[in-house]
Ligand binder design. Structure first.
Ligand SMILES: [Zn+2]
Length: 297
């Protein structure tokens, strides 16, 4: 699929089950220079290629961060050295190397076009999408970060991820009437409305599955994962455990489930072991609730 005029894509060489073919670094160029969206990981060869491309396209004016996961932001400081451009992100809490904070609706001007930040938390608390403002030339183009992926779904890992916020963000972006989604991983999607509606429907399906896997008998998350994720390879069950926790926290807020402490002799499940693919996305530590047992109210 061809990219809009004045938009270039450089793929970072960090493929994995979580990042698909790698992180997409986009350059968006206007009459006064380029914005670079998501530098990607700190891989010198990739960052130099991005800086060279920006120079060839009129110079880097801003480095924009969709969210603070390392596969998106890690290379930002080095890219700032190479280009002299400042780093913009939702917050310094989310992206410690940021120079400027971008609010919801914040505009980064590139002369004859601009990028508008759309606050879309859920995948992570600091997530931004960027809407291309192009005076009607190219409407509905959204740089989507990890709100959606070019293939499959995205991970919601508490406590940084939040399913209620994620669902609200999908609806928020739908209201912006997007046409083309340019995700942080995988190919562009020109059926933006169908993709966003499909993501919402998928989460509703998973919630129905979660509710039917639960009962009045307390169950630990690995057991629920085994009941629900029969279609997912075992090495991704650690990821599924976090998504299941995100779903349980939503149901807990709605007073439909309760959590109970883990039993003392709870076995360490392979599904909760360290070195999960989540580490690639910088998800570390054990959120509250991952080892709890859960039952219906
Ligand atoms: Zn991410």
């Amino acid at each position: 699929m061809s990219l809009p005029d004045g938009v270039a894509l450089l793929l970072a060489p960090n493929p994995s089950p979580m990042t698909l073919t790698g992180t997409n670094t986009y350059l968006v160029c206007g009459s006064t220079g380029c914005a670079i969206i998501d530098p990607g990981p700190e891989i010198e060869e990739h960052l130099r290629a991005v800086a060279d491309e920006a120079r060839a396209l009129g110079g880097a004016q801003a480095i924009l961060i969709t969210h603070g996961h390392p596969d998106h932001v890690e290379g930002a400081a080095r890219l700032r050295e190479l280009t002299g451009a400042p780093i913009w992100a939702w917050s310094r809490e989310g992206s410690p190397t940021a120079d400027m904070a971008l609010n919801d609706g914040g505009i980064v001007s590139l002369g004859d076009r601009a990028l508008q930040a759309v606050f879309t938390p859920g995948h992570r608390y600091d997530h931004l999408c960027f809407l291309l403002e192009d005076s009607g030339r190219d409407t509905g183009v959204v740089f989507a970060g990890d709100l959606v992926a070019g293939a499959g779904t995205v991970v919601i890992a508490p406590p940084e991820g939040d399913l209620n916020e994620y669902l609200a963000s999908l609806s928020h972006l739908l209201a912006e009437e997007p046409r083309l989604l340019l995700p942080g991983h995988g190919p562009a999607r020109d059926d933006a409305r169908a993709v966003l509606e499909g993501y919402i429907a998928h989460r509703e399906d998973r919630e129905r599955q979660l509710l039917s896997a639960l009962s009045a008998e307390p169950a630990p998350i690995p057991l629920l994962v085994n009941r629900i994720y029969t279609d997912v390879p075992a090495f991704l069950h650690a990821v599924a455990a976090y998504s299941t926790l995100a779903g349980l926290i939503k149901l807990e807020r709605e007073k439909r489930v309760v959590r109970l402490p883990a039993t003392d002799n709870a076995e360490e499940s392979p599904a909760l072991q360290e070195h999960s693919p989540l580490a690639l996305e910088g998800v570390v530590g054990r959120p509250d609730g991952l080892t709890a047992r859960w039952r219906l109210v």
